[in-house]
Design a protein. Sequence first.
Length: 179
Amino acid sequence: MVIVVGMPTPLEVSNLVEQLRRISNENSFANSLVQFYDKSGFLTPKQIFAGKKLMLTSVPGYGQGFSWSLLVDGVYVDSDQGGAFTQIYKVSVSDGKRVIRRRGINVPAWSLVKDNGFAHQRILKLLGEGYIRLLSFDEMVEIGRRTGLCCICGRALDDDKSIDAGIGPVCAKKLKSSQ
């Protein structure tokens, strides 16, 4: 399960599919996404993320001049190789604007990533190269268990029950009520 705060608009998804169509003859994965969209009329959040990542990695210049609006809202992690990572990124919409916050494992709070162009382009490049990736809900819970950090809100998990669950009680209630 992926936590999605604000899905791209149908027009944004349609634009992505049209871009994927352009490379679908040379790329079987792009072709499969286009066929799924044509059959069902939608793409799942993971398909949208994968399609955007495919475009970033296979089309030179794609993503230049773009911002975080390319990303599906959710929680991202840098490399996470060997069970360790340095930062998590939370992408969401607040007051109608895309907001990106990051937090280091040993940092007490989220910090805002200002859209100064350079920082966002660097992060998009890291995403395209596979150094940053979208976390599934199960992965967020596992990181919470390992680190004592709720990946949904960013707060420290301070009791054994929350650490065992990998998610804080307030976030758990919100998720349960939204299902």
